[in-house]
Design a protein around this ligand. Structure first.
Ligand code: DX5
Ligand code: ZN
Length: 219
């Protein structure tokens, strides 16, 4: 089996800085490869979470990659805060834009800042929107639930989306997010995913074991 990259979602640790630091330290120690920073503005989705103002202090506590998943409406207004932040990967949502040229220009700004550019496709959106955008990005984030909250059930249609993207490109990074556990994670990897984001499965179980199981190991 190929090497599976595990990204622990920041969402279950809430907005309190000390819980974030504690959780980041724990998942880093127990083998997570990435800390997936879920940023919600209370407009694109109902909830509001941490934002770029947390990143610097978190960076001091761990050297693992930071992957910012921006679930926000006004991407153009805030993107500079993220391109100048400690995030290594910046992922924006296709659904945040009404204009494709604005979307492409933000992706170019991310690439120019020497960070990796990700594009997230929410569950209700047809995956074929990715066709003309692949050349601007390093990673596709396939949502396997409707973006907005943790603990939702995995939608099997996400597996078709993974296969679709993998067929389009053998090299593009595919990250999956929402409802990922040992079983759904393995299905996604078989379909072609590279990076598994997990919130509640890691948070609510033994951290080390959950991360090992997502990697396809038995602890
Ligand atoms: C949801 C977020 C996820 C969330 C996943 O919109 O993007 O990263 O934390 O949580 P689980 O793994 O519980 O579905
Ligand atoms: Zn996420």
């Amino acid at each position: 089996m190929k090497k599976v990259v595990v990204a622990a979602s920041s969402l279950p640790a809430g907005r309190n800085m000390s819980s974030q630091i504690e959780y980041l330290t724990r998942v880093s120690q127990y083998g997570a490869d990435i800390y997936h920073l879920d940023v919600m503005d209370g407009k694109f989705v109902k909830s509001k979470t941490l934002d770029y103002t947390y990143f610097e202090q978190l960076r001091e506590k761990s050297t693992i990659l930071f992957d910012a998943h921006l679930m926000v409406n006004d991407v153009e207004k805030v993107i500079e805060k993220y391109t100048k932040s400690d995030a290594n990967i910046i992922t924006i949502h296709y659904e945040s834009f009404s204009n494709i040229d604005s979307l492409i220009s933000v992706l170019k700004r991310i690439k120019n800042s020497k960070k990796m550019a990700g594009l997230a496709i929410d569950m209700p959106t047809d995956i074929s929107v990715i066709d003309s955008l692949l050349k601007y990005i390093d990673m596709v984030l396939i949502l396997c639930v409707k973006a907005g909250k943790g603990g939702q059930a995995f939608d099997k249609d996400a597996l078709k989306k993974i296969k679709y993207v993998r067929t389009l490109s053998p090299d593009i990074l595919i990250e999956v997010d929402g409802g990922i556990n040992e079983t759904t994670g393995a299905q996604c990897v078989r379909a072609g995913a590279d990076i598994l984001v997990s919130g509640s499965y890691i948070y609510n179980n033994d951290t080390y074991e959950a991360i090992q199981k997502l990697k396809g190991k038995n602890g």
